[in-house]
Design a protein around this ligand. Structure first.
Ligand SMILES: *Cc1c(COP(=O)(O)O)cnc(C)c1O
Length: 397
């Protein structure tokens, strides 16, 4: 999704990495010392930096955010044919990870106020559509055991975690946060990643901190952290002899990637400040424009506004979000709709959904706008003017 170039005069990409700071220095250090692979000092340093910024006791780096999700589902004891509640409005990775372990996603619609997993829908599923059988909570429709909730903090904003965690505790479910889009965001003063039993981050090229590709599992649970480390390093039981009691994975991050990650982590607070400044400028520009809704930030949330996203409704704006996107594209401005609701994805055909109206509204009207940390003021002004003019032009015509 990211463009390979930085912002130029003509093109304004959706989101490109900001690779400043000590990246060169740290990468050179890897080359000079011959530590390029998954052993090496930067991996541990990167893990410590993320744990410290997030506020968890443990962090284990992985090859990607998807690998982090896969591993943590294994470690959390999600079994084949279990069910996991996943946000319906999300990038597809968490739903895929649920399938990797042989379990099934049940999709939960978004809350209209926050666009995040709606706790009321979760309550509806757990209390009205499930029953207890033995020690397990069973979905009446499928007959499968519900094992975990996987809320995705989409676009930089946290889910309303207190009611989700309360429901999970009441029904004896595990909570795994997909915090891949929201490193640094906070819920009631606590950073995402500390709100469930474990959480996953991603350092893909378009995320707020990038290692090119990479991920991390964070948790306060020492046994889980150790097991994540074990499974991501081929489940190696002996440092010398090749003994493996389990089927493991090659899911480790390399020292080269972690070196970039360390340089990026040193810039995280600056990156967040830039994202928030970009968000404020968009919000002020679009306030009161008919047919445009600005991105929410709940009173209990501190969003990092990873991708600034507006809702464009044809009835008020005069043009659909897709037509606006094409118009922006013609002037070199990259904008993008949100994800197809996951229960509508052919890859997850036949999956259950609770609600779905908000997911439908979001996919029809949401448009993510250029949000790079390095987005220049003049470029953002151009994006804003284009969007305001596109509507004004219609009124005249
Ligand atoms: C980016 C992302 C991931 C994982 O991404 P990787 O590319 O595997 O690092 C997972 N979930 C969501 C919601 C994401 O946006």
């Amino acid at each position: 999704m990211t463009w390979p170039t930085r912002s130029s005069d003509s093109a304004i990409p959706l989101s490109v990495p900001e690779l400043g700071g000590r990246a060169w220095e740290y990468l050179k250090e890897c080359l000079d010392t011959n530590w390029v692979s998954s052993a090496g000092p930067f991996v541990e340093r990167f893990e410590r930096m993320v744990a410290s910024v997030v506020g968890t006791r443990h962090a284990v780096a992985t090859a990607s955010g998807t690998a982090a999700l896969h591993t943590v589902l294994l470690v959390a004891g999600v079994q084949p044919d279990d069910e996991v509640l996943v946000s319906a409005v999300s990038f597809i990775a968490p739903a895929n990870a649920v399938r990797y372990v042989g379990a099934w996603p049940v999709f939960i619609d978004a809350d209209p106020a926050t666009w995040q997993m709606d706790p009321q829908r979760v309550d509806e599923l757990l209390t009205q559509r499930c029953r207890r059988r033995g020690g397990a909570l069973v979905n009446r429709a499928s007959g499968r055991r519900v094992r975990a909730i996987l809320p995705v903090h989409i676009l930089g904003h946290p889910c309303d975690m207190a009611p989700l965690v309360e429901l999970a505790r009441r029904h004896d479910l595990v909570v795994i946060e997909d915090a891949t889009e929201s490193l640094g965001a906070a819920y009631r003063g606590r950073r995402v990643g500390t709100l469930g039993d474990a959480a996953c981050f991603s350092f893909n090229g378009n995320k707020i901190v990038t290692t090119g590709g990479g991920g991390m599992v964070v948790t306060d649970n020492p046994r889980w952290a150790e097991r994540v480390r074990y499974l991501t390093t081929q489940a190696k039981d002996d440092p010398v002899e090749s003994i493996h009691r389990e089927v493991g994975y090659n899911y480790r991050l390399t020292n080269l990637q972690a070196a970039l990650g360390c340089a990026q982590m040193e810039q995280l607070e600056d990156h967040i400040a830039a994202k928030r400044r970009i968000a404020r400028t968009y919000a002020e520009a679009f306030a009161g424009v008919p047919g445009i809704s600005v991105m929410p930030e709940a009173p209990w949330a501190s969003s990092i506004f990873w991708l600034y996203t507006i809702l464009v409704e044809e009835a008020g704006y005069g043009m659909s979000s897709r037509v606006l996107r094409d118009a922006l594209g013609r002037s070199g401005i990259e904008a993008r709709p949100l994800w197809q609701p996951l229960h509508r994805s052919p890859a997850h055909r036949g999956s259950e959904v609770v609600g779905g109206a908000m997911a439908k509204r979001l996919v029809a009207s949401a448009l993510s706008l250029p949000s790079s940390v390095g987005l220049r003021e003049a470029d953002q002004r151009r994006v804003i003017d284009q969007i305001l003019q596109a509507a004004a032009h219609l009124e005249v015509a």
